[in-house]
Design a protein around this ligand. Sequence first.
Ligand SMILES: [Zn+2]
Length: 181
Amino acid sequence: MTAIYVPIDRWVVAARVFSLTAENLRRAGRDGKESGILWLGRRDKTAQITATAFPSGTGVEECPGHWRISPEVFGTVTRWAAPRDLCLLGVAHIHLRGVPARLSRTDRNCGVQIPGILEVIIGDGGDQLDYRKWSWYVCENGDYHQMSKAEIGKRLTVDHSIDFESCTVNAESVLFSTEAQ
Ligand SMILES: [Zn+2]
C-alpha cells in the first residue's frame, strides 16, 4: 500500500523547536561530534511543527563525520508520537565547524525520503542560532530541494504561543518527556 501524503505548502514552527534544537545539538558539537533531532507535528497544507524528539544513547551514532539513528530509535519515537497525533515532519542535524552546512551525499542517500519532509543542516557545530542561516531542504518530487532565503521567508512562520512538547529517546524507551505547554 502506498501512503498518501498531504502536500505541504507552509510550516508554522513553535519557537521552542528552534531553541531546543540548538541546545540539544551543540553539546555534541562541542565534543567534535555530529548530532541530530527529529521534528514532529501535524501534517496539513499548513503543517504545524510542535514537538522535538532527541535521540540519545542506545541506537544513536554521534561521530565526527556523521550522525545516524537506528530503526529501533524511530520505533520509539513513533510509539511516543502516535498517541499524541504527531508525525515526523523534519530532521535537523549539525555539521562541525569548517564543514559546509550543506546536505552531503550521505545525508541525501540516508535521509528520510518522505514527501514534504524537511532536512535541515545547522553549521558551526550547532553554534549558529539564527534559523534563517541554517540550510533548509525539502523532499519534493523524490529529491531534496534547497530552499532560498526568499522561499524560507514565504513558507515558514515562527509561532511563540503554539503548544510545544518534547522527548528524549533511545532504541529501547522514552527517557524523558514533557506534556504540551
Ligand atoms: Zn550531514
